[in-house]
Each structure stands twice: as structure tokens, then as C-alpha cells.
Design a protein around this ligand. Structure first.
Ligand code: HEM
Length: 434
């Protein structure tokens, strides 16, 4: 084997070392020393209730300093930072250090949700160009037109459950509703929905760092398979264009006015994966919260007009995305704290949603909360969730339909949370439906 061949074979191990093994070792050490960021990572991994830690971080200041990064659970600071031009996503910033060069050298060629040219990882002018091309499909008006079809899909899925005994709601409902909706938007053929779902489930930990070697390899395999499938799917749409977003983007590329091939694949991959890997959690978290708060469910039966606010309260109370982060591009100030260029800040969305300065009695689950919609579960600023209107609509239809159809829905013992750290939700929700 040539030297280049040997080096190529070493790349996955180098990637794992840099993205997972090294940060995991450092974070564990810091967690033992009491570092707040280290403790947050450790607690999130074990699926602990994090609200006490959110309060501790907030009590340490609007930006709590840690050994390697700053962390915030303060609502005002999270919003200010995510909306500031002084911060960018980390992977959009060139890193000329030796470590940075090693990261670039060892990077995989496959699509990845948080690596360029994914929307989530790029900044203007590229970000503006990509986002403009896809935005119109997801405007609140465009989403309203999908409402009826989403309702039909929810009804069909529930029809299939009517005569069954106990079911796992994550598998047979919460996961299937969003993947079917986003697949139709992107022209994915029905026979491929199952494959797309399994790629998504296997690749979900790709947002986390600190994975063990086996988990890392299985994520990389899933991303490689997803990448290959996506290439075939785009080719299929080029030959058989339909009335869907991706066919339009493929046509734009062919006419030389749209995205390049790699940009197109990255954008399609992100929209597809983000389109169901998060909404499955909104539905699962909502079912769990509402069944555990029968008084709130009873109120919804009396006043169904509260459903849309109930979805906001689910998003606030148990958000599908725990946190995100940014890096300062220049010396700057946020929430009165001075930060040097290069400072990395972890913005804990779930923590900001429990800030008592904004939400009275933040631990209470209250579907009548007047400002529930002030949560930051969809982020803020230019990376604000592209699919927020779609997710809200799917959340409302998905939750309302299942509870109206099965008023005696009961969760059975055996529910469990997903092991992913950034994406937060249920892996299993066994239930009986009556
Ligand atoms: C309840 C469901 C959802 C939640 C909680 C959620 C959450 C988020 C968050 C927090 C961000 C910003 C991340 C950051 O600033 O680093 C984001 C961005 C994004 N979301 Fe969602 N999302 C959801 C559903 C969806 C859906 C249905 C789609 C499908 C279109 C989608 C597509 C995207 C895209 C493409 C971005 C990147 C936007 C950009 O960088 O400009 N999301 N989402």
C-alpha cells in the first residue's frame, strides 16, 4: 500500500481522536473538577434532569466562564449572542493552527449536518445565498398549505394503530409523521421513507461530541450511506422532476443559477434530517408531558383553541435541541461581559427557556402561559430554524389528533430517553390506545 493509502486509512481514527476522544477526556477531567460546562456535558449524557444545573450556571453570571468555553443559560444573553454579528458558527471559521490543519486534512467527504457547506455551518455570503433558495418553501403561508395533507397523514397513521394492542408511539407515530411530511416536500419516494428514517436514527449522534469509537464508526457508516442514497435521489429527481423543493433546486443547479452539486447535497441532507430528527422529539416530549399532566389535557379538551400555545409550552419545557454554540470573531461584549476574539460560547437553549427573569415559575408546565412562545428552542438570529413554522404545524396536528382520537391514551412502563446529548427526546414510548 502507498503512503497516501496508509494515511487515508488513518483519517477516521484521527477524526475520532480530534472530535471525540480528546474533548471527552478533557471534559470528563473538567467535570470532576467542578467545571460547569464539563458537568453539563456529563449530566446530559446520562439523561439527568438538568434544571438545577441550568440555575447554577445562570447564578455564575450571564456568561459563566469555564476552563475552555463560556456557557450561558440566561435568556437575554442567548438571544443577544445568537443575533450578534460578532459571532459565527465555529466550523465556518478558518483555523490555521496545527490542530485546525489536522482537522481539515482528516475531514470526511460525506455530508454532515454541522460541517460546511451545511447551512448550519456556513456564514454570509454563502449562508445568505443557500437560505434564500430554500426559504420560500418553509414560510408560514407555504406551511399552511401543507396543513391538510399533514392531517391526512396523521389520520392514516392512527388508523393503522386502532386495532392494535400496546404500541411504541415513537416508532409507529412520532417518527413516521414528520418523515412522511418532509419526504413529500423533498420528493422522496414512499418506498425510501423507511431507509431515510433508519439513516436519521443512526446518524442522530453526529451532533454530539465525545462518542466512543464504535458509536462514531456507526454514525460515519450511516452518514456515508445517507450520502450515497442522497446522490442517487438527486439524480432520480433530475431525470424525473416533480412538484417539490428538491426538483426545483436540481433544476436551478442545471441552469447554473443555483447551488453547486456539493452545496445541493448538503442543503438537501440537512433539511431532510433536520426535518424529522427534531420534530419526532417534539411529538414524543409532548405526549409524555401531556399524559403526565392530565389537568392540562383536560383543559385542552375544554378549550381546543389552546393547542397552539400548548405546543409552544412543550417546546419551552422540554426542547428537542439542548444547546448550540458560537465563536467570537473579534473582541466583543455580550450581556455586559467582555470576551476575547476566539472565545467559544455554549448557548444552552433549554436553560434559557427556564430563566425566571422571563418565565414565571419556569419548572411548571402550563399550557396557558402567556409568553410560552418567547422560548428559544428554534434558536435566534440568522440561523433561526428554517422549519419552525412547519414544526409548529406538525406539532399541533400531531398532538391534537392523537389525543382527540384516543382520549384514553395511557403510557405504559418502559419509556426511555434517547442517548443523544444535543437532540433530546424519547427513544421508546410504549402506550395503550383506547
Ligand atoms: C421541533 C422541531 C425543531 C426544532 C426544535 C429545531 C431547532 C432548530 C435550532 C435550534 C436551529 C438553530 C441551530 C443553531 O443556531 O445552531 C435550527 C436550524 C435549522 N433547522 Fe430546525 N428545528 C426543528 C424542526 C425543523 C424542521 C421541521 C426543519 C425542516 C425544514 C428544520 C430545518 C432547519 C434548518 C435547515 C436549520 C439551519 C438554518 C440555518 O442555519 O440558517 N428544522 N433548528
Amino acid at each position: 500500500m502507498t503512503l497516501n493509502g496508509v494515511l487515508d486509512r488513518a483519517k477516521p481514527a484521527v477524526r475520532w481522536g480530534l472530535a471525540h476522544a480528546l474533548p471527552r477526556t478533557l471534559m470528563r477531567r473538567e467535570a470532576r473538577r467542578g467545571d460547569l460546562q464539563g458537568r453539563l456535558v456529563a449530566a446530559a449524557t446520562k439523561g439527568h434532569d438538568l434544571s438545577g444545573l441550568f440555575d447554577e450556571i445562570r447564578a455564575a453570571g450571564p456568561l459563566a466562564p469555564g476552563r475552555y468555553t463560556w456557557t450561558t443559560t440566561t435568556h437575554a444573553a442567548v438571544r443577544e449572542l445568537l443575533s450578534s454579528n460578532d459571532f459565527r458558527t465555529r466550523s465556518s471559521m478558518p483555523d490555521a493552527s496545527r490542530l485546525g490543519r489536522l482537522v481539515t486534512w482528516s475531514a470526511s467527504d460525506h455530508v454532515h449536518p454541522v460541517r460546511p457547506p451545511s447551512l448550519l455551518a456556513v456564514e454570509p455570503p454563502d449562508h445568505t445565498r443557500y437560505r434564500k433558495l430554500v426559504t420560500r418553501v418553509f414560510t408560514a403561508r407555504a406551511v399552511e398549505q401543507l396543513r391538510e395533507r399533514t392531517q391526512q397523514i396523521a389520520n392514516q397513521l392512527l388508523d393503522e394503530l386502532t386495532h392494535r394492542g400496546p404500541v411504541d408511539l415513537v416508532k409507529s407515530y412520532c417518527g413516521l409523521l414528520p418523515v412522511t411530511v418532509i419526504s413529500e416536500i423533498l420528493g422522496v419516494r414512499p418506498q425510501d421513507h423507511g431507509r431515510v428514517l433508519s439513516f436519521g436514527a443512526a446518524a442522530a449522534p453526529s451532533l454530539d461530541f465525545g462518542l466512543g469509537w464504535r458509536a462514531f464508526r456507526s454514525v460515519e457508516t450511516a452518514l456515508a450511506q445517507f450520502d450515497a442514497w442522497l446522490g442517487d435521489h438527486l439524480e432520480y429527481l433530475r431525470r424525473h422532476p416533480g412538484d417539490n423543493l428538491l426538483s426545483q433546486l436540481v433544476a436551478a443547479r442545471d441552469n447554473g443559477v443555483g447551488l453547486t452539486g456539493t452545496e445541493l447535497k448538503a442543503t438537501a441532507g440537512l433539511v431532510l434530517a433536520a426535518g424529522f430528527e427534531t420534530t419526532v422529539n417534539l411529538l414524543g416530549n409532548g405526549i409524555a408531558l401531556l399524559t403526565r399532566h392530565p389537568d392540562q389535557l383536560a383543559l385542552l379538551r375544554e378549550r381546543p383553541e389552546l393547542w397552539s400555545n400548548a405546543v409552544e409550552e412543550v417546546l419551552r419545557h422540554d426542547p428537542p435541541v439542548l444547546l448550540t454554540g458560537r465563536t467570537a470573531v473579534r473582541d466583543t461584549e455580550v450581556a455586559g461581559v467582555t470576551l476575547p476574539r476566539g472565545a467559544i460560547v455554549t448557548t444552552v437553549l433549554a436553560g434559557a427557556n427556564r430563566d425566571p427573569q422571563v418565565f414565571t415559575d419556569p419548572a411548571a408546565f402550563d399550557i396557558t402561559r402567556a409568553n410560552a412562545r418567547d422560548h428559544v428552542s428554534f434558536g435566534a438570529g440568522r440561523h433561526y430554524c428554517l422549519g419552525a413554522s412547519l414544526a409548529r404545524m406538525e406539532g399541533e396536528i400531531g398532538l391534537r389528533t392523537i389525543f382527540e382520537r384516543f382520549p384514553g391514551l395511557r403510557l405504559l412502563p418502559g419509556s426511555s430517553r434517547r442517548p443523544t446529548r444535543i437532540l433530546r427526546g424519547y427513544e421508546h414510548l410504549p402506550a395503550t390506545l383506547t
